[in-house]
Design a protein. Structure first.
Length: 256
């Protein structure tokens, strides 16, 4: 399901042109091509670069210098892609955008969640006395999202979805959550608003590199027994909503 749409299509408006060096840019990442397709169609002055198994497209997006990438599903894929983006493009911030399952019953398919922080719900060293989700070396459970980017995302999201926007914790793990008991357990531990597979891994890489980051998720399914049917049915529709938020974010006059 995830592997079929993990690469960027090499098309850009007005053809391919070399990217500019030394210009501050922003980074946008998603797990699947469907989560990035509309944004990539709007990019101009594009340059493509392959780094390992990741493909990066840099250029202009709504007047902003930007680099985008589709990392593939899962934490390691996301962390490696984020690290490559940081080391080669030096973005002023990275936004992980895409779809997610709902983390609690107050959210419905099509709603938006702006991350206040993210956790790795499958990180578990409780056997040696650590709290669930504790990440050694960095020594934290919750990776806080950049407050300036978060507030700008909230404003942009409300322009698109009105009162169907919530802010809260994004829970990440190498697991497609489709069991309501698993969802309930994650919510009880972390009060998660959304469950997905990449956000906290991007956060981990950004935290270690001291790069501001944010997470935006559109709800594609309810992380329950209906998810295997709902996810493919609603993923593209939910992704389109989140991509419209990026338009409003980058069109705002002030940049983080």
């Amino acid at each position: 399901m995830f592997s079929a749409e993990n690469s960027l299509i090499f098309t850009c408006r007005y053809g391919m042109m070399p990217g500019k060096k030394g210009v501050a840019m922003v980074g946008l990442m998603s797990a699947m091509g469907v989560e990035m397709a509309l944004l990539q169609e709007q990019m101009t002055e594009c340059a493509h670069q392959e780094i390992g198994m990741d493909t990066f497209v840099s250029g202009k997006l709504y007047g902003q210098d930007a680099v985008i990438a589709v990392c593939g599903a899962g934490k390691i894929n996301a962390a490696i892609c984020a690290w490559n983006m940081i080391q080669h493009y030096h973005p002023q911030w990275i936004l992980n955008v895409g779809v997610a399952g709902s983390g609690d019953d107050s959210l419905e398919i099509g709603d938006l969640v702006v991350g206040t922080d993210s956790v790795q719900h499958d990180m578990d060293t409780t056997g040696v006395g650590d709290p669930r989700g504790y990440v050694s070396k960095v020594g934290i459970v919750r990776f806080p999202c950049d407050p300036v980017l978060r507030d700008r995302l909230l404003a942009a999201a409300r322009e698109v979805a009105g009162d169907r926007v919530q802010a809260g914790t994004i829970a990440t793990g190498d697991q497609f959550v489709s069991d309501p008991e698993v969802k309930s357990s994650i919510h009880a531990l972390f009060q998660a608003k959304a469950v997905e597979m990449e956000g906290a891994a991007v956060a981990h890489a950004c935290w270690m590199a001291k790069v501001p980051y944010g997470i935006l998720r559109a709800i594609s399914d309810n992380a329950n027994g209906d998810s295997p049917r709902d996810f493919p049915a609603f993923a593209a529709e939910a992704a389109e909503v989140s991509q419209r938020v990026i338009f409003h974010l980058l069109r705002q006059g002030e940049r983080p």
